[in-house]
Design a protein around this ligand. Sequence first.
Ligand code: GAR
Length: 215
Amino acid sequence: MLKIGVLASGRGSNFQAIIDEIEKGTLPAKIEILIVDNPKAYAIERAKKHGIPYVFINPKEFSTKEEFYEKIRDELLERGVELVILAGFMRIVKKPLLEAFPNRIMNIHPALLPSFPGLHGQKQAVDYGVRISGCTVHFVDEGIDSGPIIIQAAVPVHPDDTEETLSERILKLEHKIFPEAIRLFAEGRLEVIGRKVKIKNYELPDVFFTNPKIR
Ligand code: GAR
């Protein structure tokens, strides 16, 4: 069983998708800890419901970002976490965590990177007028959404889309590709070579390219 630690800031629907796959028996992993940087994060309710230990680490209690990440690192290491999952964690990860988990931190981003990194990827896509957007799971490096890409999935952007309607369409695929990327890691099938990720014996499932008419 792969031991994972999840970091979240809010709603936690991606966290829930991972819990569901584990409970179905289709993802060979165990969530050792949920760490939140926001005491009101709904992800906490999900952890409680599923008997997952959680901790709130208050960024305001630390004088530097590095100290904040040292604390997160220590919580994760103490529980023997092997892979760190950023499930809607709205902060830029700093060195103490990156160095403790090289190529072992995964993030989900609601755009087809390298387009539209940073906050509000869906709004950026709508405002820019692209025809196709989607989501990306990638390993985290010191940049903003710039690390090696593991899997992506595409959705159409319709002329009448708003940030909300596009976000909803993308989110459905986030919930599929994030557990899938974790499964590939758990099965030892991901190898990082430079800025690329090689997936052993893998064909991209059709579901990652949705029907262009989908709403
Ligand atoms: C998701 O759409 C995720 O891709 C995005 O925040 C949302 C979290 O939803 N993450 C980022 O924008 C990170 N840059 P959730 O809390 O329901 O999983």
